[in-house]
Structures are given as C-alpha cells and as structure tokens.
Design a protein around this ligand. Structure first.
Ligand code: C5P
Length: 298
C-alpha cells in the first residue's frame, strides 16, 4: 500500500570554509567551500492529497507562501516529472531564516529527496541535485550532505569523508542579512584564491585533520562585519565568554565556534543565552545520520 505520510528532518549547515574566487558573467560569484551539516533541524511532514495541489503550512507565518522553497521544490518536481498528485507539507521551523545556515535551502532539498520517494519518482541523485540548483545555490549540497566540497555557484558538489564528530555553538546576532546584498557589496579585494578550501578538502580526504585545527576562511566575513556592527559585537562577546575562535557561516550573520567537548559547547551556549544572545549547542552530523529521521529517505 502506498504511504500516506512521510516525516523527515532538514538540517542546517555551516561553511567550514568559503572562498569567493570572483564574479561570473551571469552575476553570480564563483565559490569554493567546504560545507558541513549540523544537528539543528527543521521538520517536514508530507501528507498525500487527493487533489493535485501543493499546500504548505509553516510554523513561521512569514514563510507560509509560494516563495517557500518547500513549495517551489514540490512544484518543480511536479512540472519536471508530470506527476499528477499533490501533497500537504507541514514545516516546523527551528533553523533561523536568513541566517547563513541554509535553512530554506535544506527544506527545499529535503523536499526533493522526500517527495522522490513518497511519489515514487525514481530520480537519480544527479537529477535531484540538478533540480535543486534551480531553486537556490546552496540547495544541491543538501541532496548529498553531510560534508561536501562545493564549487561553481554551488551546483558542483563532491561528497567528502565527514569531519570527526564535533560539538559547536551556533550564535545568531540580532540582525537579518540579505545574501544578495552581501554579494552585491562584495569588492574584489575580498576575493580569495580557493587554497584554504582545497587544503581542508584534501585534509578531510586524507582523514588527517583534527577539527580544531581546521584552517578557516570566509571571504564574505569582512564585508558583513563592516555593514552590520551587531555581528562584530556578538563576536566580541563570544570571545570574551571564552570561545576559542568565532567564525561566520555563509553570508551570515550566524557565527559558530568549534569546541573540544559537548560540555564546553553547552557551557558557552548557556553563557551566551544568559546575555540574551540566541545560541544553540549542536554537533556535526555523520554520514549515517544524514538526513533523515524516522522514515529515512535515503
Ligand atoms: O542562489 P540564491 O538565490 O540562494 O542566491 C541569493 C543571491 O546571492 C543571488 O541572487 C546572488 O545575488 C547571490 N549569490 C552569488 N553567488 C553565489 C550564490 C549567491 O552572487 N554563488
């Protein structure tokens, strides 16, 4: 009997590195990045509908429209495959929107993985990643996860051996950042040559790197810190509270700090929350944990 409902998790990501090589003719920027999925998750539940529509119900009211990448992914799948059925999608948001953690992209990609199974579409990973690239630059990563090397504008994804399990603290400065604006205001003096991403990818392939020794670069960080002083302020507070280092994920503003132990992450997280700063102690996801919850859609 066909399933009537499927439930799965859509995890956040961090950029362990983010090199911006330059601006392309299509207006996007050429990137090299090592991305890692982490254990802060939205929950998606799809229920079969007799009608051909896609209905979405999102716990964050402002994300309840057709711009939601869950809607766009489901609609794209229907158009690409000609599938005639519909679904109701319930989205429980935990990943902050516009945070640099890929929450919307993850929801979109996991929708493709989930509906491919739910609707028996039989699409290959390559095809799903190709479709994912049509709804966002970060989206193809989440088709593969949990650790991968990203090139192009985000559409070329090479899975990497996962980082050893690492606890970290995600720290959300009190500001929303537009990815488009961050890229628009980026100047060539922020471009980097990709060597840090290449080094980290090579080290992960050789399994030769302790997480706390990972070299880091984020070519967007300087611009974000300049345009949004709240981000620099939040970093300063985290450092004062004992963070070993503070890094930025994607186009920000979310910051993260890698920790030696779970206890270290939880202590720092509690100290940040005491200062009224949004923070989460989470761990990196391993291959067998990616993506997907009870039903398991791999
Ligand atoms: O692809 P996505 O809609 O997520 O990208 C948001 C914006 O970020 C794009 O409109 C573009 O301005 C910028 N961007 C970029 N280069 C990338 C990815 C995104 O310039 N590789």
């Amino acid at each position: 009997m066909a399933e009537k409902q499927i439930s799965c998790f859509a995890p956040a990501k961090i950029n362990l590195t983010l090199d911006v090589l330059g601006k392309r003719e299509d207006g996007y920027h050429a990137l090299k990045s090592v991305m890692q999925a982490v254990d802060l998750r939205d929950t998606l539940t799809f229920t079969a509908l007799d009608s051909p529509e896609i209905h979405i119900a999102c716990s964050a009211a402002e994300l309840n429209g057709p711009d939601n990448l869950v809607y766009r992914a489901a609609d794209l799948l229907k158009r690409y495959t000609g599938f005639a059925g519909g679904a109701r999608a319930e989205i429980e948001k935990h990943i902050p929107a516009q945070g640099g953690l890929g929450g919307g992209s993850s929801d979109g990609a996991i929708t493709i993985l989930a509906l491919n199974r739910f609707w028996n579409l039989g699409l290959s990973y390559e095809t799903m990643a190709h479709l994912a690239a049509q709804i966002g630059s970060d989206t193809p990563f989440f088709i593969y996860g949990p650790t991968a090397y990203i090139e192009g504008r985000g559409e070329f994804v090479t899975p990497l051996p996962p980082l050893a399990e690492t606890w970290l603290v995600l720290i959300k400065p009190p500001v929303q950042v537009s990815t488009a604006r961050v890229f628009q205001t980026l100047t060539p003096d922020n471009y980097t040559d990709g060597s840090v991403s290449d080094t980290v990818a090579a080290a992960l392939r050789a399994s030769g790197i302790a997480p706390l020794d990972l070299p880091y670069i984020n070519a967007l960080e300087r611009g974000v810190m300049q345009q949004y002083p709240q981000v620099a302020d939040t970093r300063r507070i985290a450092l004062e509270l004992g963070a070993r280092h503070v890094r930025m994920s994607g186009s920000g503003p979310t910051l993260y700090t890698l920790c030696a132990t779970r206890a270290e992450a939880e202590t720092l997280c509690a100290a940040l929350v005491d200062r009224a700063i949004m923070a989460w102690a989470v761990k990196t996801l391993a291959a067998e944990e990616y993506p997907l919850g009870e039903t398991g859609i791999r």
